[in-house]
Ligand binder design. Structure first.
Ligand code: NAP
Length: 252
């Protein structure tokens, strides 16, 4: 019988993992999305959408679906679901592996300022008006209403609704990946002199970091949250190798 696998997704890597596993008859895979975007991209395996109802709900789902292994391939800033995954795996005894992107590290020419939160970034932008590109989730934008002296360019997958209470905010509705060339052109066209972003790691959103370096733009990077200590790997191939062991142990 195939091994039931649950992937906690919402990232490029989770999608790639689902695609790699879809043709493998020894695995029966479901990918789970939080439901943050109105029209999620298609996935190569069946998808479920929405919260589980906290850690107990996730543990119950794993048990009900006779899950053989859980893969936490969520975004490095999605700390709640990762904590729930660790606790649910521990309670149910279901093997868990985290697929986590290593953080970006600065290279010569980068002008990075590390900040604890979006609110801290809003304060650190300073009193003098700046032209700020916000590359954050829609839920993290409200703190910038406390700094209305700046002009903002805000990019999100779905429209920001209701719009922010900011006199000089412009909105871009776009989905990544974003390459360095188009990011450089976009930042220059809008006269951006500061970026607020997450240290997401990976390649899909690194374009703005490379573009900021080329243009000498300061980047305020939100510090990564603490994540649970669980076995982790950095690549889809490493997850596949780990799952091969899971299948072998179960004689599949
Ligand atoms: P979060 O704060 O860690 O999670 C909040 C709640 O959302 C969780 O307790 C869970 O609800 C639900 N949830 C989160 N991820 C889920 C998933 N994959 N499947 C089912 N339920 C999920 O998460 P977040 O930071 O809001 O991120 C939400 C999703 O967006 C994640 O899947 C993440 O991979 C993706 N994402 C996040 C970011 C980011 O910057 N945070 C960026 C890109 C993509 P219950 O407690 O009810 O189970």
């Amino acid at each position: 019988m195939a091994c039931n696998i649950l992937i906690l997704g919402g990232t490029t890597e989770a999608r790639a993992l689902a695609e790699a596993l879809a043709p493998r008859a020894e695995f029966s895979v479901v990918i789970s999305l939080a439901g943050r975007t109105a029209k999620p991209l298609a996935h190569a395996v069946p998808m479920r959408v929405g919260g589980f109802g906290g850690m107990p709900g996730l543990a119950a789902w794993l048990t009900q679906h006779r899950t053989a292994a859980l893969i936490d391939a969520t975004h490095p800033y999605a700390a709640c679901i990762s904590a729930n995954a660790a606790a649910a795996a521990s309670i149910t005894g279901i093997p868990l592996l985290a697929l986590r992107r290593p953080a970006w590290t600065p290279v010569p020419g980068d002008r990075w300022t590390s900040v604890a939160s979006a609110a801290a970034a809003a304060a650190e932008l300073g009193a003098a008006p700046r032209r700020v590109f916000l590359a954050l989730g829609r839920q993290e934008l409200r703190p910038f209403e406390a700094a209305p002296q700046h002009g903002y360019l805000i990019r999100s997958v779905d429209p920001v609704d209701p719009p922010l209470a900011l006199p000089r905010a412009r909105y871009l509705t776009e989905r990544g990946p974003f390459d360095p060339e188009s990011e450089t052109a976009m930042l220059a066209a809008h006269g951006i002199d500061a970026i607020v972003a997450k240290n997401s790691g990976g390649t899909a959103t690194y374009g703005k970091i490379a573009a900021a370096r080329a243009l000498g733009i300061q980047v305020f990077l939100l510090r990564r949250p603490d994540l649970p200590q669980v076995p982790e790997v950095a690549t889809v191939n490493a997850v596949l190798a780990w799952l091969d062991h899971v299948a072998a142990r179960r004689g599949v």
